[in-house]
Ligand binder design. Structure first.
Ligand code: NAD
Length: 451
């Protein structure tokens, strides 16, 4: 086993040389990362197929492509992000100039989950490199083939004193967390997020926590129901519902519930066919434990659509549940699987109150044509981020920082957000020596009069 203290001191010493802060070095590292990913593309697609039965289309569009796009965008902007920024200086400081110098924290620790095992390990790494840090990455043990390919690609192309992938499970994370990192970037469950924050507190290490939760989706009476159904089915059932920002449940106005459900049925059918379990491109559930947890939900309420599962393939067909109330266990925690409960409301305010009485979600989706309803709900409901008349798509806009609030997380990343996350803003006042205004000194003649 690798000696983690040794790895950490190697990275710390390397960071202290200043090599990783050099802008040309960072640009070269990002270009290299881009090249390494392109060279490893086939192996990554294969490993994602083996771990999760992800189709080539999904592997490219939701894992590899999104990361390559993030590198491209970062390379385009890194020069301007890395420059010290001149800011205003008040008249009281006459003669001085003020600047913000973004500086890397040092050695970052990135802990990734299994649901997008490549993307969620590498997207934060792009921010860490761009900001000039060294990094240790701990991918998920539940997707061992993708973690292995990631480790081989990174560890054979980057020196370990700069970037190192350490494979392993909970114990590996725990052992690494004993070390004194300068930044911890964690993506995973709320429960483990709390453990991470506790460990980080021992060294006062700043953290980003990208967590989960139950992300609601409201379909208002005036929504374009056909389009809403299609976009909800897409966002919910991609990756078999194992997406942190998948709509967890739908709240629909009672008056349009039946019509919406009919559209939803057609949409799921169009996307996955009559027999999704036979669909070669349908993602499987990551583990037997998760499969059993999810399958137990199928006994709750009424199965409106779907409901089939295969223990052998670890697959659950896209399923829509109706007659569900908040007392069912499917409504307790994040579902994180291809099961969509549809609840109804009579008054929009009822739905809003229910949502507001629960932990702040990572995402929120609202389908309505009314800008009045849009504005009202955006003001009333607190959540990480989301879409009006769409689902999930906000994650792919690099101009929108991505992260949670309250129970769904701390901090945000993507685009400039990633650069900011891995940088400390060092504030500097550059004072003139050409003159010295005496007002601030206590021995200034009659000084107190001016206070
Ligand atoms: P998890 O919390 O079980 O594991 C995440 C990582 O933490 C893994 O690498 C795991 O090895 C490690 N880990 C587990 N127990 C640990 C411990 N006690 N101490 C230290 N490290 C430990 O999460 P998961 O099951 O891999 O992922 C699913 C969760 O992640 C869902 O809740 C989902 O919503 C969330 N998620 C959030 C985002 C986001 O961007 N906000 C993205 C994807 C997933």
């Amino acid at each position: 086993m690798l000696n983690y203290s040794e790895l950490l001191s190697k990275q710390r010493n390397y960071f202290q040389t200043g090599a990783t802060k050099n802008l040309a070095f960072r640009i070269k590292a990002l270009q290299k990362l881009n090249q390494v990913i392109r060279e490893g593309e086939k192996r990554l697609i294969q490993s994602l197929k083996e771990d999760l039965n992800k189709s080539e289309f999904d592997a490219y569009s939701t894992e590899i492509g999104i990361v390559l796009e993030e590198i491209r965008y970062t390379l385009k902007n890194i020069r301007s992000w890395a420059k010290p920024k001149k800011v205003k200086t008040p008249l009281t400081h006459i003669g001085a100039k003020s600047y913000i110098y973004p500086e890397p924290y040092g050695v970052a620790f990135i802990i990734a989950p299994w649901n997008y095992p490549f993307q969620l390990a590498v997207a934060p790494l792009i921010g860490a490199i761009a900001a000039g840090n060294c990094a240790v990455i701990k991918p998920s043990e539940l997707t061992p083939r993708t973690s292995l390919v990631l480790a081989e690609l990174i560890n054979s192309h980057f020196p370990e004193e700069y970037i190192a992938v350490v494979e392993g499970g909970k114990e590996t994370s725990e052992a690494l967390l004993k070390e004194n990192f300068d930044y911890i970037f964690f993506t995973g469950s709320v429960q483990v997020g709390k453990i991470i924050m506790e460990s980080a507190a021992q060294h006062l290490t700043p953290v980003t926590l990208e967590l989960g939760g139950k992300s609601p989706c409201i379909v208002h009476v005036d929504a374009n129901l056909k389009l809403a159904a299609k976009r909800i089915a897409w966002g919910k059932f991609m990756n078999a519902g194992q997406t942190c920002i998948a709509p967890d449940y739908v709240y629909v106005d009672k008056k349009v519930k039946d019509e919406f459900l009919a559209h939803l049925k057609r949409a799921v059918n169009e996307l996955y066919g009559q027999e999704p379990l036979e669909n070669l491109h349908y993602t499987k559930i990551v583990s037997e434990q998760h499969f059993n947890r999810l399958r137990s939900f199928l006994a709750e309420g009424e199965i409106f659509y779907g409901g089939k599962s295969s223990e052998e393939k670890l697959m659950i067909a896209p399923t829509v549940l109706t007659d569900i109330t908040w007392d069912y266990s499917v409504m307790e925690d994040e579902i994180f699987g291809p099961i969509l409960p549809v609840l109804e409301y009579r008054q929009l305010s009822e739905a809003v109150e229910e949502i507001r009485s629960r932990p702040k979600p990572l995402a929120f989706y609202l389908f309505t044509e009314s800008s009045d309803v849009q504005n009202r709900l955006l003001e009333q409901v607190s959540f990480g981020g989301g879409c009006i008349n769409d689902t999930v798509y906000h994650i792919a806009n690099p101009y929108l920082p991505f992260g949670g609030v309250g129970n769904s997380g701390i901090g945000a990343y993507h685009g400039k957000g990633s650069f900011n996350t891995f940088s400390h803003d060092k504030s500097i006042l550059k004072q003139t020596t050409l003159f010295d205004i005496p007002l601030r000194y206590p021995n200034f003649k009659n000084g107190l009069k001016y206070i």
